[in-house]
Design a protein around this ligand. Structure first.
Ligand SMILES: [Fe+2]
Ligand SMILES: [Fe+2]
Length: 467
């Protein structure tokens, strides 16, 4: 275990210049955290896990800590001395330990885009503590928040360490942009959407953090070894974020079913729970917004990142045998003259779509679990992921309208039916009124079921946050 100012396994003390640079960035980070991190609760002791090393027993150290005292650290999965580039045009060459000059701009852009999402989500979630349904959930929120802070550290370390002056400037800019601020927004649209209620938070951690998982999986294959190793370690933390989302929605569904049966009613709001049809609308919104994060269906950038060995497919080395992808095609449907036509696209140009396929499949597994809860309650209602074409703002489907089944429809039809498919302002308000804080040990808000078990083998009524 390390007790340096910045916990790390990158031998920071062996590189004084870098150590000084990061120690100079640290107070700016803390200022940002205090200004834009969770509103309130900064003086409370929270039961958090901290990564103190990448060893099995070190990365998940649990203790009550104040958030500003959280030891944000820099951890890369250990070096495999002779890792080779596993895909693209450089296949078989040794992985880069330094940034190759010709890929400098592309790599910086990939790291900045990933890095920017981390503080963005903390900003989006900053008010949620005020209306947490339980101490268990409050603790999970803060766990996600401090880990997103650590992910920012991971990307800032790469910028400081490998990109000289522009890297340092980009690291500063990470603390200057603000989610939802029209003058200095975060880079990607989804990360400027407000998260005002806990249903949105669970949907975000289910769908948007899972986009993060897939981006990290593809960067974990990168020929730039320090980036690959950073992302591999981040993935271990990301799993908990998606757990919070998937089980959070599942508990909402569980509770709604229970109350509807007790009351023999399907008017959820009347009985203080979220109607199932509205859960589906929230799903529609956050899933489709997150689909946009994968980028255009046909993308020469994606082709280049792959060819250059910067960004692979998810589990490139584990799941595929052919890694050059010089041949092969992929079929992408595209609207033309009022109907869908299929184009045969060179596979390298369709890699955003390939990554999106894996993502959709992964989400489908989660949705099936929610449906299992419905089934256990004897409900006939079922949730469904909408078509990848529905409600898109990026890519070939962006300037067209589709219904959730993926059928091309007119703008007028879409506008007429929009409120049946996506949450209205009024419904969002109604969800917000359900959000009354519950800070008593072992108690839970009316609109959500308690979790089946606690964190780190603690009881559900454990004092996760010392109020
Ligand atoms: Fe993250
Ligand atoms: Fe995350």
């Amino acid at each position: 275990m390390s007790f340096e100012k910045i916990p790390n396994n990158v031998d920071l003390s062996g590189d004084k210049r870098l150590q000084r640079a990061l120690e100079a960035w640290q107070p700016n980070f803390i200022n940002w955290w205090k200004e834009m991190g969770p509103d309130g609760f900064q003086e409370k002791d929270i039961y958090l896990r901290t990564a103190v090393s990448v060893e099995l027993d070190g990365w998940a150290h649990f203790d009550h800590v104040r958030m500003p005292d959280y030891r944000w650290g820099i951890f890369l999965t250990p070096h495999d001395g002779n890792r080779k580039i596993a895909f693209g045009d450089h296949i078989g060459e040794p992985a880069w330990q330094e940034v190759p000059g010709e890929h400098r701009n592309a790599l910086r852009r990939l790291i900045v885009t990933q890095g920017d999402t981390e503080p963005a989500s903390v900003e989006q979630q900053r008010m949620l503590g005020k209306v947490a349904p339980s101490l268990y959930d409050l603790r999970n929120l803060f766990q996600v928040n401090v880990e997103e802070g650590r992910h920012l550290w991971a990307m800032v370390y790469l910028l400081h360490s490998y990109f000289g002056r522009d890297g340092r400037e980009e690291a500063e800019a990470m603390l200057e942009r603000r989610s939802g601020n029209p003058d200095k927004p975060r880079i990607l649209t989804t990360f400027n959407e407000p998260i005002d209620d806990w249903l949105s938070f669970y949907m975000f951690t289910m769908f948007t953090d899972r986009d993060g998982k897939y981006q990290l999986l593809s960067l974990a294959e990168s020929g730039f070894d320090p980036l690959a190793r950073s992302c591999r370690f981040m993935l271990t933390e990301e799993a908990h974020h998606m757990f919070v989302g998937e089980t959070g929605v599942q508990r909402v569904v569980d509770r709604t079913c229970q109350v509807m049966k007790e009351q023999d009613s399907d008017d959820g709001f009347k009985h203080g729970v979220v109607p199932l049809a509205l859960v589906q609308k929230y799903l529609n919104f956050w899933f489709t917004s997150s689909l946009d994060l994968f980028g255009a269906e046909v993308s020469s950038n994606a082709a280049q990142f792959f060819a250059q060995g910067l960004k692979g497919r998810a589990h490139e080395e584990r799941d595929y045998t052919e890694h050059a992808l010089r041949e092969g095609t992929y079929r992408v449907a595209r609207p033309e003259n009022g109907k869908l036509v299929e184009d045969e696209v060179a596979i390298r140009n369709a890699l955003n779509e390939v990554l999106r396929d894996g993502y959709i499949e992964d989400n489908d597994r989660g949705v099936r679990k929610w449906n299992k809860t419905l089934e256990e309650h004897g409900m006939s209602y079922r949730f469904k992921l909408p078509s990848r074409r529905f409600n898109r703002k990026v890519g070939v489907y962006a300037d067209h309208c589709f219904d959730p089944e993926g059928n091309l429809i007119s703008r007028e039809q879409f506008d007429k039916l929009r409120d049946q498919w996506l949450p209205t302002a009024e419904e969002r308000k109604q969800v917000a009124t359900l959000m009354q804080p519950v800070y008593e040990r072992g108690k839970i808000a009316n609109w959500i079921a308690p979790p089946p078990r606690g964190i780190n083998s603690q009881a559900v009524d454990f004092e996760y946050v010392k109020m």
